[in-house]
Design a protein around this ligand. Structure first.
Ligand SMILES: [Ca+2]
Length: 102
């Protein structure tokens, strides 16, 4: 895992393109590409990435400009939201382990 921000940014771009290049426009994610990315990369964070309804819902939420595909900017919104959620989770864990009530 990357321990620096520049590495994390490059990784983020690499991961996106690894999936976006499979079918259709190589710079956007189709529903199938999004499903594979969610399943392979975020399977442990997301409930039911194999569930078509879940993928459909995430797709609708991410597809800001309603063009039926997810571009990099739209994808980064998901990553940012998940990263914020993870950070909150780690803060709670840290508070529990130190016994702080803040
Ligand atoms: Ca879109």
């Amino acid at each position: 895992m990357s321990a620096n921000l520049k590495g994390a940014m490059v990784d983020l771009i690499d991961v996106f393109h690894k999936y976006s290049g499979k079918e259709g426009d190589k710079y956007t994610l189709t529903k199938l590409e999004l499903k594979n990315l969610l399943k392979n990369e975020l399977g442990e964070f997301l409930e039911g990435p194999n569930d078509a309804c879940v993928v459909e819902k995430i797709m609708r939420e991410l597809d800001d400009n309603k063009d039926g595909v997810v571009d990099f900017q739209e994808f980064v919104g998901l990553v940012a939201a998940l990263t914020v959620a993870c950070n909150e989770f780690f803060k709670i864990l840290a508070r529990k382990s130190t016994g702080s009530k803040k």
